[in-house]
Write a protein that binds this ligand. Structure first.
Ligand code: FE2
Length: 272
C-alpha cells in the first residue's frame, strides 16, 4: 500500500488525491508558540507546500486538535487560513478541540461524509468532552452502520482523531479509542471499508488492525518520539499524508515532511 510520492509527479486524472493534515494546535493568534514552535507558521507552511508540490487535492482531511485550547478566535484563524489556500477541506474534532464551539465558530460546518467518485470519505467523532482518550459514541456508531450500508457499492475511507490500534507508544496507546473492539466489530460487518486514518499521535505509523490497514500522520507542528513509554518530543519536522484513491478500489498512501527548521524546539516541554 505504501509508496513514495514524486514531487509534481503527473498522475492519472482518474486518481483522486486526498491529503490528511492533523494536530495543528493553533492558538488564538498567529504568534502562538508551543514547545518552541509557532504552530500557525508550521500549519500555513504545510498548506503552502501542499499547494506548491502536489496536484490540487480533491480534499484536505483535517483530523482534529486544530486548536490547542478551543476558543472562537482559533477556529476563525483556522477558517481564514483554509479559505486563503482555496483548498477544499473537511474537519473533525480532537480532544483539544471544543466541538460545539467549533460548529459555531468555524466557517465551514462539520461534514459527515464527502463523496469522491467511487469512494466516500466518512468523518467520525472520537473526542470525548473533557477527556484525552477517545471513544466513539453509540449514536456515532449507529450512523456509521447506516452509512456503510447506504454506500455499500462505494469504497470507504474512515477518518477519526484517535487511533483504534496501538502504535507502540505506551502513553499514547492508553488514549486510543476505548471501545475499539465494538468499532472493529461494526466495520467487520461491512465489506466496503478500505482503510482508517487517524491523528492524535503526532507521528507516522501504519499497521493492520483486524484485517484493515490503519494509518497515523505526523502533526503539522511538533512530533512525538516513536516507541516512547512516556511523553517525549522528536526532532522530526511537520508532515502530512497523501492518499491516492483509484476508481477500482486500489489505494496508495505515504507521508511527506515539510521543510521546517526544528532548531528552536523546546525539549524541556513536559506536556502540551
Ligand atoms: Fe489529540
Amino acid at each position: 500500500m505504501e509508496s513514495s510520492l514524486q514531487q509534481n509527479e503527473p498522475f492519472s486524472h482518474n486518481v483522486t488525491r486526498v491529503v490528511q493534515l492533523s494536530d495543528c494546535h493553533l492558538g488564538a493568534d498567529q504568534s502562538f508558540m508551543l514547545a518552541g514552535i509557532n504552530t500557525f507558521h508550521s500549519f500555513t507552511q504545510s498548506l503552502a507546500e501542499i499547494e506548491g508540490n502536489l496536484k490540487k487535492p480533491a480534499l484536505i482531511a483535517v483530523t482534529g486538535d486544530i486548536a490547542s485550547a478551543g476558543d472562537p478566535q482559533t477556529y476563525q484563524l483556522f477558517s481564514n487560513a483554509m479559505s486563503s489556500s482555496q483548498l477544499p477541506y473537511a474537519w473533525l474534532p480532537g480532544n483539544h478541540d471544543d466541538f460545539s464551539l467549533m460548529k459555531k465558530s468555524a466557517l465551514q460546518p462539520f461534514t459527515r461524509l464527502v463523496e469522491l467518485g467511487s469512494w466516500v470519505a466518512i468523518f467520525l467523532v472520537s473526542a470525548v468532552p473533557g477527556e484525552v482518550y477517545g471513544e466513539i459514541s453509540d449514536t456515532e456508531l449507529n450512523e456509521l452502520d447506516e452509512l456503510l450500508a447506504q454506500y455499500e457499492d462505494k469504497n470507504i475511507v474512515l477518518f477519526v482523531h484517535h487511533p483504534a490500534a496501538p502504535i507502540g507508544c505506551k502513553w499514547l496507546d492508553q488514549q486510543r479509542i476505548a471501545n475499539s473492539e465494538q468499532f472493529g466489530d461494526l466495520i467487520a460487518q461491512h465489506e466496503n471499508v478500505r482503510a482508517l486514518f487517524s491523528g492524535h499521535v503526532h507521528q507516522e505509523n501504519e499497521s493492520m488492525w483486524r484485517g484493515l490497514p490503519v494509518y497515523s500522520v505526523p502533526s503539522t507542528c511538533f512530533q512525538f518520539a516513536s516507541g516512547s513509554d512516556t511523553f517525549e518530543l522528536s526532532d522530526l519536522p511537520p508532515g502530512y499524508r497523501w492518499i491516492d484513491l483509484h476508481p477500482d478500489g486500489r489505494m496508495e498512501t505515504g507521508v511527506e515532511r515539510i521543510n521546517y527548521d526544528m532548531g528552536k524546539m523546546d525539549h524541556s516541554c513536559l506536556g502540551y
